[in-house]
Design a binder for this molecule. Structure first.
Ligand code: M6R
Length: 612
């Protein structure tokens, strides 16, 4: 949540910051702003709305400066407005600051500052922290860096902050705890950002700043320190990402591009790991820790949102193939209840961004209790990837659209391969079944490709149902989590209320919703319970609900029961979720487009939820 960018060097800072903000806009788009420092003058510009509105408001302005910071906001404290937009300036006007995160004890600090005569221009926790820093600096007659260090020891919550000061003509001071920060190292210049996307164009050498670290960044110098003022040697990493991966590449939206990328992202996820001819899956994160995993009495899966749905599919797969009990937890619930986590417990953490605050904190808690964390993460070098004891990347490449699509299928592939490796070691799977599933997995990219070729059929269905007020998504077995995912996608992208349910559970309540105006999406591929789901379709049809079904090629019964249907290639029931989810992603995309919604940036959402 919230994207931050900073630049110090010899180039003009504004164009670099603006471009960076556009790349980070997926993190929040309630307002944006920049602060530029030149000849001891600090100019701050901010605007409610998307980055383009800031850009338009600044047309014709002289925005010369070689140092600056910029922010795109996802509102927490205070409504989206010009005054709550970042950067904020301190009471004496000397410091400008941007912040991603939440200062939890801001109310206490604010009341102290109010007693001291401070007043506030915004409702944000950020402005409170900023004036707290200014106050410490004033009282201790110390440098901004020292004041920041003292302040950060007293605040609770999460932050990534960048600040610039009038008296420090070329220095950006940054700090992080819980919210990400990457520093790009150029020649005589440095770039700071929430992720590498604003940096990749200029340099591939980056430093990922860790929690409780402070960075003092000048054009020719990067000093890292801890809160105890000890210097830390920066660890420079090479980015393995191309610029094309974060551009739309001719597609109208990132979401559509990312849906259509799935044949290749799934292929990339399998590449170098799975070889059906040799009956082999190589996953060093699993292979190197197989004893740890095999001796686990149970596996806990922790995630949020779409990643949680991947966890539900994994629960079914792991229990089926490995015969190890699995529990799937919402990270936000897990972290606040009093869960039983013992030394040696295996936790699978699933996250696209690798920065989701609830997941991260839940893992920290579990790790303190001695759990072994296996991360299934997309964003390389992210906080969850780094906190994990072992793991496997999904290799889906940067996912920019707010709706998770290609990351989800990547997660399913990694989880499936993990289950297969464990099952084989445990001998809980026959060699025939193991080999058959390897072959099926290898075929997924071409089957997804075949589905995408018929995307127009889904577009037609979307046009037909775009005015519905509610949708019901029903599935059984491995397709039940896909029903949940279909409903989540539609809610996010089209603002239509949707519920996902196990098809059989529908008669215990949701059936009351059914009338001739309710579209009911059945995920009804050929599997052992196909006849059962056919009965569920009959029950909906009898009540005049409109049936849209996702079915297997060759199914001759479902089309007669359905108002509309979409065929997918035949697949094993364990593999089916990788295919059935594709038309549902397309359905939400096309309904969203038909309703004129900005599907890459739907209202109220942010890609990376770094607040709880
Ligand atoms: O980055 P993560 O996978 O940890 O994110 C978890 C959820 O916030 C995320 O899946 C969210 O539900 C998406 N918007 C779904 O499309």
């Amino acid at each position: 949540m919230c994207g931050i960018v900073g630049y110090t060097g010899k180039k003009q800072a504004y164009p670099i910051i603006l471009k960076g903000l556009k790349r980070l806009e997926y993190r929040g788009y309630d307002s944006s702003g920049v602060a530029l420092l030149k000849n001891g003058i600090l100019n701050v510009y901010k605007k409610k709305g998307k980055v383009v509105e800031l850009e338009e408001s600044l047309l014709g302005e002289t925005l010369e400066a070689t140092i600056g910071i910029g922010h795109t906001r996802w509102a927490t404290h205070g409504e989206p407005s010009d005054k709550n937009a970042h950067p904020h300036t301190s009471a004496n006007g000397n410091i400008a600051m941007i912040h991603n995160g939440i200062i939890e004890n801001y109310a206490l600090i604010k009341s102290d500052l109010l007693k001291k005569g401070y007043s506030f221009k915004s409702e944000t926790d950020t402005e409170v922290l900023l004036n707290f820093i200014e106050d410490i600096q004033k009282n201790n007659n110390c440098s901004i860096e020292e004041a920041l260090r003292i302040a950060l020891k007293r605040v609770t919550g999460a932050y990534c902050i960048l600040l610039i000061e009038k008296n420090n003509p070329d220095t950006i001071i940054a700090a992080r705890k819980g919210s990400p920060l990457v520093i790009g190292i150029g020649k005589g210049e440095h770039f700071l950002a929430s992720d590498a996307s604003p940096i990749i164009e200029y340099t591939k050498e980056v430093v990922y700043v860790n929690d409780y670290e402070l960075a003092i960044v000048k054009p020719d110098e990067l000093i890292l320190k801890n809160l105890g003022n000890e210097t830390i040697t920066p660890y420079i990493t090479k980015l393995d990402m191309e610029l094309a991966a974060i551009e739309k590449g001719g597609y109208e939206h990132f979401m559509l591009k990312e849906i259509f990328e799935q044949p290749s992202t799934i292929f990339d996820c399998l590449r170098g790991r799975l070889n059906s001819k040799e009956s082999l899956i190589k996953m060093s994160g699993v292979d190197d820790n197989i004893e740890q995993i095999l001796k686990a009495d149970r596996i806990l899966i922790i995630a949020c949102g779409t990643s949680w749905h991947a966890g539900l599919v994994a629960e079914y797969i792991i229990e089926e193939l490995c015969r190890i009990p699995v529990e799937v937890e919402y990270a936000s619930e897990f972290r606040y209840r009093n869960p039983i986590v013992n030394k040696g417990d295996v936790i699978i953490a699933i996250s696209q961004s690798g920065e989701t605050a609830d997941t991260l904190v839940a893992l920290e808690k579990a790790k303190e209790n001695g759990a072994f964390i296996f991360g299934v993460v997309n964003a390389v070098g992210s906080s969850i990837a780094r906190i994990s004891n072992a793991g496997a990347y999904t290799h889906a490449g940067p996912e920019i659209g707010v709706a998770s699509t290609k990351a989800f299928t990547g997660q399913l592939v990694v989880l499936m391969m993990t289950a297969l490796v464990v099952a084989r070691h445990k001998k809980s799977i026959s060699e025939d079944r193991y080999n058959a599933l390897l072959v099926e997995l290898e075929q997924v990219p071409e089957k997804v490709e075949a589905i995408l070729k018929n995307a127009d059929q889904i577009k037609t269905i979307a046009e037909k149902y775009k005015t519905a007020n509610d949708f019901l998504f029903l599935g059984r077995g491995y397709n039940f989590p896909i029903a949940l995912e279909g409903a989540l996608k539609l809610k996010e992208i089209s603002y239509i209320h949707a519920e996902g349910y196990p098809a059989a559970e529908m008669k215990h309540g949701p059936i009351a919703l059914v009338d001739e105006s309710l579209p009911v999406v059945f995920i009804a591929t050929k599997d052992p319970y196909h006849e059962k789901i056919i009965s569920n379709m009959q029950e909906i049809k009898a009540r005049k609900g409109k049936i849209i079904s996702i079915i297997s090629e060759g199914d001759t019964i479902s089309p007669d029961l359905s108002n509309d249907y979409f065929c997918i290639p035949i697949a094993d029931e364990l593999i089916a979720p990788l295919l059935t989810v594709i038309p549902l992603q397309l359905l939400s995309y096309y309904v969203g487009i038909a309703k004129g919604i900005d599907v890459d940036k739907p209202r109220n959402l942010a890609k990376s939820v770094t607040v709880e």
